[in-house]
Design a protein around this ligand. Structure first.
Ligand code: NZQ
Ligand code: ZN
Length: 390
């Protein structure tokens, strides 16, 4: 195993159908004034909001509400949340929703006591809050599986004025102090969002898996997570009320992006970078944006990473190596990935998410380029990948 790393994750998890019952105990660890962030109303329709508010009231908390956190939260909404947090002198933040609400809550928590332009400081310049800066604690009650935001420091915000969607990974001070994961809550997630979440999970694993060639325990864990996701996703798409499948998807999502399987890896986040830009221009669900450009990206990455792609075919998709060249095996693995996406009804082209050839130059212009696992990309490469994804 190559590489040096630090592993530390302070998020306490409560998992299962009874998990909300632990919220009462957790309340003792936080102040009286809680900012309750939630989305466009699903938590009111499915009754989770009422249950949570009742527990907060019983616990003697004063609730300051901030509804309307949209999918792919915007910079304007971040400003609004920061203003509400400051004006109401909140002590902590409770996120009630999916990855968007959870991400957003971390953004408000980091920015409320920052004296200056927090967008520039954290998201554009990529700095961490200073050691002496106060940060509001965040708790999370997750209603959708996908992002892993419940156990990481990620926070993705879209500046609608410039169509620029970008993430910042905050340090462990911004990881949720606790997260409540009840798979039953995810059963009301619309099918499209469930499938977008499933692909998001798959891609988080791939982004950490497709780098390096050394023998690394992280890759074996990643393969196990992918195998579990493949089984559970088929069962959940077939029967969305299948608790076993939904619980495995939720748990896999958390482990896919809670800093464990990145240990000792160089990583490759370029599908996410292209996907974020696609999301800013098309407003399609995050996971679908990743899916839409994945095949073209991985076909290209495969050229430089043949042994790893061959291993992917064999270890994840059970494709026999016998009688195949390394290239044939690698290609069969990518075909298996694509077949699984088609079987579940996940888009494999950017046309399906509303992108057109005319939009490609704009999408390229807002794509952030990082050093990638097996590739060093230029803007021209991104343009080609998007053209091949039409
Ligand atoms: O607005 P509400 O009512 O909450 O409805 C949401 C939203 O419309 C709905 N939903 C969630 N739970 C539901 C439900 N509907 C019915 N029943 C439920 N139980 O689903 C829709 C999508 O929710 P959202 O939170 O936007 O989805 P997701 O969890 O995929 O989060 C996406 C955001 O997370 C960022 C993405 O870029 C995007 O902004 N990411 C965060 C990451 C991180 N923190 O590490 C990593 C990811 O790669 C990703 O970039
Ligand atoms: Zn993602």
């Amino acid at each position: 195993m190559q590489g040096n790393f630090k592993y530390y994750n302070p998020t306490k998890l409560y998992f299962g159908e009874e998990s909300l019952s632990y919220l009462k105990d957790e309340l003792q660890n936080f102040g009286e004034r809680v900012l309750l962030n939630y989305g466009s109303g699903s938590v009111k329709r499915n009754g989770i909001y009422d249950q949570v508010v009742a527990i907060l009231r019983e616990g003697g908390k004063t609730i300051i509400e901030n509804p309307g956190v949209m999918s792919n939260p915007t910079l304007d909404k971040l400003h609004e949340g920061v203003r509400i947090a400051r004006e109401n002198k909140v002590d902590w933040i409770l996120a009630l929703g999916g990855g968007s609400v959870c991400d957003y809550s971390k953004g408000v928590a980091a920015s409320a006591f920052f004296d200056g332009d927090y967008w520039q400081e954290f998201w554009l310049d990529g700095h961490q809050p200073a050691a002496e800066q106060r940060i509001l604690p965040v708790g999370c009650i997750l209603t959708m599986a996908g992002t892993g935001s419940e156990m990481n420091g990620g926070c993705v915000i879209t500046d609608e004025a410039s169509n620029f969607k970008t993430g910042h990974v905050f340090d462990s001070r911004l990881m949720p102090k606790f997260a409540i994961l009840n798979p039953r809550y995810t059963m009301t997630v619309p099918p499209e969002q469930m499938k977008a979440g499933i692909y998001d999970i798959m891609n988080h694993i791939c982004e950490q898996y497709f780098s390096d060639f050394d023998d690394n325990t992280s890759d074996y864990i990643a393969e196990g997570l992918m195998r579990s996701l493949i089984v559970a996703s088929r069962a959940a798409v077939n029967d969305p009320q299948n608790y076993e499948a939904r619980s495995n998807i939720m748990w896999t999502a958390t482990w896919a992006l809670n800093t464990l399987i990145r240990c000792g890896k160089t990583e490759d986040w370029m599908v996410h970078m292209i996907g974020h830009s696609l999301g800013a221009w098309t407003h399609a669900p995050h996971g679908y944006c990743l899916a839409a450009c994945s095949m073209a990206y991985y076909r290209r990455a495969m050229e430089q990473g043949l042994p790893k792609f061959a291993r992917f075919a064999h270890a994840v998709w059970d494709i026999p190596a016998q009688g195949k060249s390394e290239r044939e095996l690698a290609e069969a693995g990518l075909e298996a990935l694509k077949s699984w996406m088609l079987e579940l009804g996940i888009p494999t082209t950017i046309t399906e998410i509303g992108a057109t050839a005319e939009m490609i130059d704009d999408i390229v212009s807002t794509t952030v380029i990082y050093p990638a696992g097996y590739l060093d990309l230029t803007k021209e490469d991104i343009k080609q990948i998007l053209k091949e994804s039409l």
